[in-house]
Ligand binder design. Structure first.
Ligand code: HEC
Length: 263
């Protein structure tokens, strides 16, 4: 009796282990469900079970956010100290923060500004939505903190938007103040094309073609939205290794238990 129950349990364990092992890559692949198949498919350093953030790319991406996107888009959920995660050291983070001014209250209770600290949130370009719309032809630049999670296609979608600007096809009626984009719903976007070949000059001397700039800023934005991604991947690998071990163990036990049974 005992033995039968044990064998039954071992069998269930083997099936479960196999199921989880097979399901892991599927769950991973669905992290960013793909909306439209015609998005360019980009190979990201952070893809897959072993993916990590390319630190140099993320730092160049921060340079782009800082010099270009931050003129219109906030990154409200990020703190300056988060830059440690892409490889900046403490002094560099302090310097970046100190170069920004954030709202504060002075000794008389009046609103003022002070240099930011590493513990401050990234500064926002506009005080409120009205000011943001007024400066953008009525369009509202969304906060970019979780944009790669908020849109179907994730990083591929943001890359597609950044590289998808073009002249409208003949006969396309483009509304005043909007720009043609292959991948934006309806193809009319209030954002003027933010990146072109050579928009930034990289401090590390990397070739600044549009494709590179778009990849780098998307790598940075993906880090900001998923700072725990590498830890999650490490855990995933451990779980899979453990399940493999467990599968081997249950199989060996099963062989031993059945060794002397006629069947
Ligand atoms: C001149 C201001 C401006 C700059 C600079 C700018 N954007 Fe935008 N962005 C906008 C506006 C306005 C919208 C809203 C578009 C709309 O709703 O039609 C937008 C929308 C977006 C969207 C959202 C598309 C969607 O699905 O809603 C993404 C992603 C984006 N911007 C990324 C960036 C990145 C990355 C940069 C820097 C490389 C950048 N933007 C620079 C103004 C700007």
């Amino acid at each position: 009796m005992m033995r039968n129950a044990f064998i039954g349990a071992a069998r269930i364990a083997v099936v479960l282990a196999a199921a989880v092992f097979l399901a892991a890559p599927v769950a991973q692949a669905q992290l960013y469900p793909r909306a439209e198949p015609e998005f360019p498919e980009v190979n990201w350093s952070f893809d897959g079970l072993f993916g990590t953030f390319d630190r140099a790319a993320a730092q160049r991406g921060f340079q782009i956010y800082n010099e270009v996107c931050s003129n219109c888009h906030s990154l409200k959920q990020a703190y300056y100290r988060d830059l440690i995660g892409i490889g900046l050291n403490e002094q560099q983070v302090k310097d970046v923060a100190a170069s920004k001014r954030v709202p504060a209250i002075d000794d008389n209770g009046q609103p003022t500004e002070r240099p930011a600290l590493p513990s401050d949130h990234f500064r926002s370009p506009f005080h409120n939505e009205k000011a943001a719309r007024a400066a953008n032809n009525g369009g509202l630049p969304p906060d970019l903190s979780v944009i790669v999670k908020a849109r179907e296609g994730g990083p591929d979608y943001v890359y597609a938007i950044l590289t998808g600007f073009a002249d409208p096809p003949a006969g396309f009626k483009l509304m005043e103040g909007l720009n043609y984009n292959h991948f934006f719903a309806g193809h009319q976007i209030a954002m003027p094309q933010p990146l072109r070949d050579g928009t930034v000059t990289y401090t590390d001397g990397t070739n600044n073609a549009l494709d590179q700039e778009a990849r780098d800023v998307v790598t940075f934005l993906t880090y900001i939205a998923n700072p725990e991604l590498e830890e999650r991947h490490r855990m995933g690998v451990k779980v899979v290794l453990f399940l493999l071990f467990l599968t081997g163990l249950t199989y060996t036990i099963k062989r031993r238990l059945w060794a002397n049974v006629d069947h």
